[in-house]
Design a protein around this ligand. Structure first.
Ligand code: MN
Length: 373
């Protein structure tokens, strides 16, 4: 038996209120549910990971409730008694018992890294190979509201010096109206800020081929995932037809997805998410395939709270290929602080915290306040 042996696994679901409702194409949220997974070792050192999806199961089929069940019933029994540094072995064991459920596995995998790093008194990025950078630019996500509302919000962020790049969610309206809305925003922000769009897999091939060139003409600099995740051939056709980069998100969950996207030249940029891909190591494997293919990566978000955001930040700072910035704005969208010391956003970027593990500490009273009864 070792100090590193896992003695206890605890989970808690939090509902953290947002500064404003956040709209996606077909759903929205006023509070973001977060699942915290804490592993405690025999030596008394703990590590925490976050299970989080953007507002519900619409994106990938998992939710905080499914993650909690999978972790408590199926993953906890195989974690107890194993060492936190036995990460490859634990990943294999998790895959033997549970298919898919990559968000749930990511929460556990991040907790393993945090606990191991804290045992070694090193930051998580050391376990990932060391630093390529110490901060990452952060794009702000704008919702599906009217052009006037979106422009006002963007202008506020620009005036405050917080962000110089914006991503708009599309797909909530008919394409013609939606394209007119985004064109107005892109023209207004032209020369002042970058505008990207995320269609969250809501369009088909013909709609995409008809409307996306107009967005490119309007000055939109990047298009994210116009078509459903499985339709990689459609994505390749769209990518070949467009003068601006196409970014893969829903189409990219695993290293084999990355390989398929590369073979078909279906995307110019990859959106990485520790959450959707089952953790830090699988996400790093994706970036290595991307690097071999000359594809840059972007630090995507599932609207993580501070733990999940810190995990994604450590990874983005450890990976040389994450040259297309990030959208790690999750904690900025949350109305309440969960950490004893907040993550530092400044100069349009998120800065890596110091300290062992993920370098952040949860405030127990804040966690208790938002924990679901
Ligand atoms: Mn996306």
């Amino acid at each position: 038996m070792s100090e590193l042996t896992i003695d206890r696994v605890q989970t808690a679901i939090l509902d953290v209120p947002l500064v404003r409702p956040h709209r996606f194409a077909r759903t929205g949220m006023e509070a973001q549910p977060l699942l915290l997974v804490t592993l405690t070792t025999r030596g008394g050192v703990s590590g925490t990971g976050e299970g989080v999806v953007p507002g519900g199961p619409w994106w990938g089929g998992e939710s905080v409730e499914t993650m909690q069940l999978i972790i408590e019933k199926y993953l906890t029994p195989l974690l107890i008694g194993r060492r936190v540094d036995d990460i490859a072995g634990i990943q294999q064991a998790m895959n033997d018992v549970v298919n898919n459920n990559l968000y749930a596995k990511a929460a556990v995998e991040v907790a393993l890294h945090d606990a191991w790093a804290r045992n070694l008194c090193v930051p998580v990025h050391t376990l990932l190979g060391g630093l390529a950078r110490t901060s990452i630019p952060v794009t702000w996500a704008l919702g599906t509201e009217s052009a006037a509302e979106v422009i006002a919000e963007a202008q506020g962020k620009l005036d405050a010096g917080l962000h110089t790049s914006f991503k708009l969610k599309m797909g909530a309206q008919e394409p013609a109206a939606d394209v007119a809305r985004v064109t107005e925003v892109a023209q207004k922000l032209s020369g002042v800020a970058g505008v990207r769009v995320d269609i969250n897999a809501r369009w088909d091939l013909l709609t995409s081929l008809q409307w996306l060139p107009r967005l490119a003409e309007a000055g939109v600099e990047l298009v994210e995932q116009p078509v459903p995740g499985n339709e990689v051939e459609w994505l390749a056709e769209i990518n070949a037809a467009l003068p601006i980069p196409v970014m893969a998100d829903e189409s990219l969950r695993t290293p084999s997805d990355a390989l398929r996207l590369v073979k078909l030249r279906a995307a110019d940029v990859f959106s990485l998410k520790t959450t959707k891909s089952g953790g830090l190591r699988y996400t790093r494997a994706i970036t290595e395939i991307a690097a071999a293919a000359g594809i840059p990566c972007h630090g995507g978000t599932s609207i993580e709270g501070p733990i999940g955001t810190a995990a994604s930040l450590h990874l983005a700072c450890a990976l040389p290929g994450v040259t297309w910035g990030s959208e790690l704005f999750g904690p900025l969208l949350m109305r309440e602080e969960l950490l004893t010391e907040p993550l530092r956003y400044a100069d349009g970027a998120l800065h890596l915290p110091d300290g062992p593990g993920l370098g952040v500490e949860l405030d127990p009273s804040a966690v208790a306040r938002f924990t679901r009864a």
